[in-house]
Design a protein around this ligand. Structure first.
Ligand code: DX5
Ligand code: ZN
Length: 214
């Protein structure tokens, strides 16, 4: 069964502690924490102090998605502030292997992310070193965008690569996941689902969790 990570970007920041309790009660597998720097993506979200608050508010695994330039400079800070898993965009650094290594040396799980315009071939050399691959199914920067179905071709390619090379990484999808698109993502081979605006607009998080996890 796939794991579900609701994206806190769509949560009620004024009542984050209540949101975190509700997510734990709902049985989600972890929370997805989106960090945007206004450089790598045209939006600014939250950073270390908010991560620290989330860490104090939950025991759920925290999956930090870094949409920032120079991620290698900051990964240890995010680990120190409570990240259990960190993913970095291959487009954001010429030193992806070294950044992945830094994350693992810091004791967190390491993921590599590809934008809709980036081919799988770009990350092939790193696949043996990562714990998960995040395939963006929207262009990063904003919640509430329309799912780009074509990106699922990359999920299929990765699932096949995983099988033929006997590798063990998870495949995460992020962007536009809702009750309709989730089926396609799962069929393509996704093992981790991020969901923001759809999930947090549901009146019953437990029901939404069961629905999306299938
Ligand atoms: C987009 C973020 C996503 C976003 C997903 O840049 O990486 O995690 O919160 O939100 P939805 O599910 O609304 O597309
Ligand atoms: Zn994200």
């Amino acid at each position: 069964m796939a794991q579900l990570f609701p994206s806190l970007l769509a949560a009620d920041f004024l009542h984050l502690d209540q949101e975190l309790c509700a997510l734990e009660d709902a049985g989600v597998d972890g929370v997805h924490f989106d960090v945007m720097d206004g450089q790598f993506v045209p939006n600014i979200s939250v950073g270390l102090p908010v991560l620290n608050a989330v860490r104090r508010g939950t025991n759920l695994p925290i999956d930090v998605h870094l949409m920032i330039e120079d991620p290698g400079v900051y990964v240890q800070h995010f680990i120190d502030y409570g990240a259990d898993m960190i993913s970095v965009h291959v487009e954001a650094t010429p030193h992806i292997h070294s950044v992945i290594q830094k994350i693992k040396d810091g004791g967190a799980k390491a993921g590599v992310v590809i934008n809709p315009g980036t081919p799988v071939s770009m990350i092939e050399p790193i696949l043996a070193f990562v714990d998960y691959v995040l395939v963006m199914t929207v262009n990063p920067g904003f919640g509430g965008q329309v799912f780009i179905e074509r990106c699922l071709d990359k999920v299929r390619t990765l699932a096949q690569f995983k099988a033929t090379q006997q590798l063990d990484f998870d495949i995460e999808v992020d962007g536009g996941i809702n009750a309709d698109t989730v089926t396609q993502a799962l069929d393509a081979g996704a093992t981790m689902l991020v969901t923001g605006s759809y999930f947090f607009h549901q009146p019953d998080y437990r029901q939404a969790t069961q629905q999306l996890k299938g």
